[in-house]
Each structure stands twice: as C-alpha cells, then as structure tokens.
Ligand binder design. Structure first.
Ligand SMILES: CC(C)(COP(=O)(O)OP(=O)(O)OC[C@H]1O[C@@H](n2cnc3c(N)ncnc32)[C@H](O)[C@@H]1OP(=O)(O)O)[C@@H](O)C(=O)NCCC(=O)NCCS
Length: 170
C-alpha cells in the first residue's frame, strides 16, 4: 500500500470514496465529501501535504485530511475526515493514515491534532480527552468524543476554545 499526498487528479475519486465510506458510518451528515471539496478551496486552512490518500493497485482505498484550526493563540490541526472503503476496513489502513499524518505534521512543526470521533478508536493513537490538554469544550463538542493528541512532548500547553475552519459550520 502506498500513502501519498492527494493530487488534483484524485479529487473526484477521493470524494467518491469519502461518500462511500461514510454511507455506512455510525455518525454522518452525508456531506463529508462536500466538506473535503470546500476545504480544498480554503488556502488558510488547507495543507496539501496533509491531504493523504492510501492507494492499493492504483485504486484509492483510504483518505485522511488535517486542516488548520485555532486554540487560543496556537495553530493546531483538525483531523477530519478519515475514511476507508468498507471492503478495506479493519486492515490497519486507517491506523497507517493517522500515523503517517502525525509524522508529516511533526515535520511541519505542528504540536497538536484535534478530532471529533469514535471514543474507542482515537485513544489507540495517542488521543486523549481534549479538555485534559487544555481545550475548553463547548456544547458543540461532546466531551466523550472530542479528543486531542500532543505530537511533541514539549509542546506549549493548549489553552482556550477551538475555532475550526468556517467550512465545518461549527
Ligand atoms: C473509522 C475508519 C476510518 C477505521 O478505519 P480502518 O482502516 O478500518 O481502521 P484500522 O483497521 O486501522 O483499525 C485500527 C484499530 O481500530 C479498531 N477500529 C476500527 N474501526 C473502529 C471503530 N469504528 N470503532 C472502534 N475501533 C475501531 C480496529 O479494530 C483496530 O484495532 P486494533 O489495532 O486493536 O486491532 C473506517 O471504519 C471508516 O472509514 N469508517 C467510516 C467513516 C468514519 O466513521 N470515519 C471516522 C470518523 S471519526
């Protein structure tokens, strides 16, 4: 399997795979593919090196996107969405996309990633309740599903509420 940055010629296939993956997801508004398309146009938030695809035999089977968000004065990353095609799930592809994303994020100098997601999934990858890392939680972010991951042990502590890119509508 190859994990690589998404290219413009992948856009359509990525949107299709995101839609397919979320069609059977527990939590979905059915618009995750539109969110990806909209975020690509936000040059303040979109980081091409952190829009990653997983490819097997020239087919795109997984996708992960990290965009810029703000906690107080610190710029952090927001992980959303993460999607793996149903027939390729439970094979470690999601895990590898997260780990590669974290590796690139560290290289780019980001200290934290936030995610709103499954309470049994993200703790496997170093995520802990966002409040425990100093992120003030509002009603839009259920505490049991709102996580933060510290990428660098010596990162300056977070302090404040999160502001996502406007495309998230949060
Ligand atoms: C969630 C998703 C990305 C996981 O991808 P995946 O490639 O199947 O995950 P992995 O195979 O890397 O799983 C890694 C570990 O998490 C576990 N896991 C997988 N899906 C899980 C889930 N939904 N809830 C809890 N644990 C899960 C696996 O059993 C595995 O555990 P292990 O390391 O102890 O063996 C995928 O199921 C998906 O695309 N779902 C639909 C879209 C979605 O819900 N995205 C996430 C939004 S928060």
């Amino acid at each position: 399997m190859l994990i690589r940055p998404e290219q413009p010629q992948d856009y359509q296939q990525v949107e299709q795979l995101v839609q397919t993956a979320f069609a059977s997801a527990e939590y979905s508004d059915g618009q995750e593919q539109t969110l990806v398309a909209n975020l690509r146009h936000n040059s303040q938030a979109f980081i091409p090196a952190l829009s990653l695809v997983a490819e097997i035999d020239q087919q795109l089977v997984g996708y992960i996107l990290f965009t810029k968000a703000q906690v107080g004065a610190q710029t952090v990353l927001a992980l959303a969405p993460l999607a793996v095609l149903p027939e390729y799930q439970q094979q470690g592809i999601g895990k590898q996309l997260i780990q590669r994303g974290h590796q690139i994020a560290r290289q780019l100098g980001y200290n934290y990633v936030l995610v709103l997601g499954h309470e049994h999934y993200y703790p496997k990858f170093g995520y802990q309740p966002a409040a425990s890392l100093g992120v003030t939680v509002s009603a839009d972010f259920p505490p049991a599903n709102f996580f933060a991951c510290r990428l660098l042990a010596l990162a300056v502590p977070l302090q404040g509420t999160v502001t996502y890119a406007p495309e998230f509508g949060l």
